[in-house]
Design a protein around this ligand. Structure first.
Ligand code: GLU
Length: 258
């Protein structure tokens, strides 16, 4: 099949965005994502890296334990992943879009055979207009449950699949300058060239639902930018956040590579 001329975007959606910072998955947010993918599908190929499996289970299941133990979270992820994907599937189908599920872990990025398998599978899915939805395989790995909320997994995926752009949706208008955070008036770092210029200005931050905060974003940016992938940190809490970002209608942080 002829190689696609569309730009390839890896879009990372964390639990905070998907729950709209509540204690349940927001169907409205997934509908919002589906609508935007549908409206941009002629120009862009989307690979979505989505967490939210644990959050999806927690809203209707209570397992023994206090819900903070890693093994309990892994079990919750196993239950919630189905529920999460069902919501994605229903909303994407409404708009004539097809999705698929790929569960990956960091160790899959270490072997040439697994890497080739990932690339080949996802390329076939994209060629056939499927939107692959990736999450960490929480049964076999706990890296992103412990820390990261899939930020690093998204960056590794973007690097492996030679994405043109990595978009990380979060609950802030990009990354704020350290100075502005000290003043109490957050100011977005709009555009920087390369990773080193970014870390000079960056302020740390925390989020409530996911496990990453700003530190894991910065780690992810380092992986992506060093693989020459432009990276945007955008506010996923906004309705139409991708379109608004593309049009420059909301502040976001853009890390360009050359
Ligand atoms: N893979 C986990 C999930 O889908 C990530 C958990 C998180 O850090 O929010 O729930």
């Amino acid at each position: 099949m002829k190689p696609s001329t569309k730009k390839r975007i890896v879009l990372k959606i964390g639990s905070n965005t998907l729950t709209r910072e509540t204690n349940h998955i927001s169907r409205g947010k997934i509908e919002d994502i589906a609508r935007q993918v549908a409206s941009l599908k002629n120009e862009y190929e989307f690979i979505i890296v989505s967490s939210g499996a644990i959050a999806a289970a927690k809203q209707f299941v209570k397992l023994e334990g206090n819900g903070k133990e890693i093994n309990v979270k892994q079990a919750l992820a196993s239950i919630g992943q189905l529920h999460l994907m069902r919501i994605y599937q229903e909303n994407f189908r409404e708009l004539g879009l097809y999705i698929s599920q790929c569960l990956l872990s960091y160790s899959d990025f270490k072997s040439k055979t697994s890497k080739d398998n990932i690339v080949n599978t996802i390329n076939i899915l994209l060629q056939n207009d499927y939107v692959p939805i990736i999450n960490e395989n929480d049964t076999v790995a706990t890296d992103e449950i412990k820390f990261g909320d899939n930020d690093k997994l998204a960056a590794m995926t973007a690097a492996l699949l030679k994405a043109d752009l990595l978009i990380i949706a979060t609950n802030t208008y990009g990354i704020y300058t350290k100075k502005s955070m000290q003043n109490g008036t957050p100011e977005t770092i709009r555009e920087v060239m390369g990773f080193e210029s970014l870390i000079k200005e960056v302020a740390d931050g925390k989020s409530s639902h996911g496990t990453g905060g700003m530190k894991s974003k910065v780690d992810a940016i380092e992986i992506a930018v060093k693989s020459n992938i432009e990276t945007w940190i955008v506010n996923g809490m906004e309705e139409n956040f991708i379109t608004k970002t593309v049009l420059g209608n909301i502040p976001y942080t853009k890390i360009i590579t050359r």
